[in-house]
Design a protein around this ligand. Structure first.
Ligand code: HEM
Length: 404
């Protein structure tokens, strides 16, 4: 969208295109450049003409408190159908629970939360460790690796497939579907990938509907959906799809961002190697600064924020990487300090707070711990340089490491 065709409630001086949402690779770390710059130059609310994939517009809130208030306000903001995932392939199911509003959302979360409790996720720790070690063993002795391709993309796919009880033999296809679904700015490429992933999941669900197994997907058929009924096939599909959307790319991009930081800060890499007990808090600080997700809400009513009118149907961002550097909340926000214990919204907030948050934390902690145990001080491979993709998901497209 260009600034010439603004809706009538958007003042021209509040509308702009922002480089942070350009969906391109930049040379300088955006957490240290573009984000602090936005906090210096923008007001609390800006109409960003390229904030949503496909160059669509929406409101950017830069403040932590404003974002938390929106996340807690399920009356004025909706998520219903917001990702347009099933609509993009001519279908009409919702991604469960992420695209669902209360009260149905509350039924879904009540049914799902026990499966993602800290205790249940802690029971997966040995599996996480085994998956991490298996991957690291493949390149350990080579003294180099393509971190994204050989580790951070594969590790969460293993884990989500393990969690769902699906076979690992389609890993290569999942990698392609996931990248096309989440990183392409071309809606046709996106929807083709959605179709393939959905068809695969539909097949697995139909097999289990006919003959249930002792696995996660089969157990979904027994969950309560409210009104005394059980989940139907569309709800099961919508939820499995949500775990792919939520559980793969986020962990991949977080790991890329964390390991790029450890390359640029060898002293902090050494600190965590010498003090693995600091990894738990370090992960919180990495999430705060490098959490990659910009999510959205849709205004359900006319709302006013800082005197600016937001109209029903407008998109409003939950720009976690930006909000987590709010200078009103944090001192020198872009500095990583392992002992900071600062609040953040990297895993969301309010009723839609990340269902997989405990798993996510364990995955990141285990990956860092096992990597630092197995690999000595690592650095960026000679002749390569870092690039940072900026957009709704902020990530490192290529990270080649080497060590002695
Ligand atoms: C570091 C990794 C992760 C990050 C940064 C992350 C981030 C987020 C964020 C910001 C939200 C809220 C979105 C919103 O409010 O619109 C969310 C929701 C969600 N996440 Fe995660 N996530 C991660 C890992 C995972 C994992 C491993 C899973 C599951 C395997 C998962 C499953 C979900 C689900 C199902 C939701 C929707 C919850 C609801 O709507 O009630 N996430 N995540």
């Amino acid at each position: 969208m260009s600034t010439d065709t603004l809706p009538s409630h958007v003042p021209a001086d509040k509308a702009m295109r922002l480089p942070y949402f350009a969906r391109e690779v930049v040379k300088d770390c955006p957490q240290e450049t573009l984000i602090p710059e936005m906090h210096r130059t923008l007001g609390p609310i800006t109409y960003v003409t390229n904030i949503f994939p496909g160059d669509k517009p929406g409101w950017l809130l830069t403040g932590y408190d404003d974002t938390m208030a929106m996340l807690r306000d399920a009356d004025n903001y909706t998520k219903n159908g917001m990702g347009q995932w099933s609509q993009s392939i001519g279908e009409n199911w919702l991604v469960v629970p992420t695209e669902v509003d209360p009260p149905t959302h509350s039924h879904y979360r009540k049914a799902l939360n026990p499966s993602f409790s800290p205790q249940k996720m802690a029971a997966m720790k040995d599996d996480l460790k085994r998956r991490a070690v298996d991957l690291i063993d493949k390149f350990k002795d080579r003294k180099s690796c393509d971190f994204i391709n050989e580790f951070s993309e594969r590790y969460p796919i293993y884990i989500v497939l393990d969690l769902l009880g699906l076979p690992q033999d389609r890993m290569a296809e999942f990698l392609v579907w996931e990248k096309e679904m989440l990183h392409s700015n071309d809606w046709e490429v996106r929807s083709n990938a959605v179709k393939k992933a959905v068809n695969y999941l539909k097949g697995e669900i139909a097999l289990r509907r006919e003959k249930p197994l002792d696995d996660y997907i089969s157990r979904l058929f027994d969950l309560e959906a409210g009104e005394g009924r059980k989940w139907n096939d569309e709800e099961v599909l919508g939820h499995c799809f949500n775990l792919f959307l939520g559980g793969l790319d986020t962990v991949t991009t977080m790991l890329g961002n964390i390991f790029a930081h450890l390359v640029r800060h060898p002293e902090q890499q050494q600190e965590l190697r010498e003090h693995p007990e600091r990894i738990v808090l370090a992960v919180e600080e990495f999430l705060r600064v490098y959490g990659p997700v910009t999510a959205f809400r849709i205004a359900a009513q006319e709302i006013e924020v800082h005197g600016q009118k937001i109209m029903p149907g407008d998109y409003v961002s939950v720009a976690t990487p930006i909000v987590n550097q709010d200078p009103k909340i944090h001192e020198n926000p872009s500095d990583i300090r392992f002992d900071r214990k600062a609040p953040h919204v990297a895993l969301g907030g309010g009723i839609h707070k990340c269902l997989g948050m405990h798993l996510a934390r364990f995955e990141l902690q285990t990956a860092i711990d096992e990597f630092l145990k197995a690999i000595p001080q690592f650095r960026l491979k000679e002749g390569t340089e870092l690039g940072y993709f900026v957009g709704n998901i902020t990530f490192i497209p290529k990270l080649e490491l080497e060590w002695d």
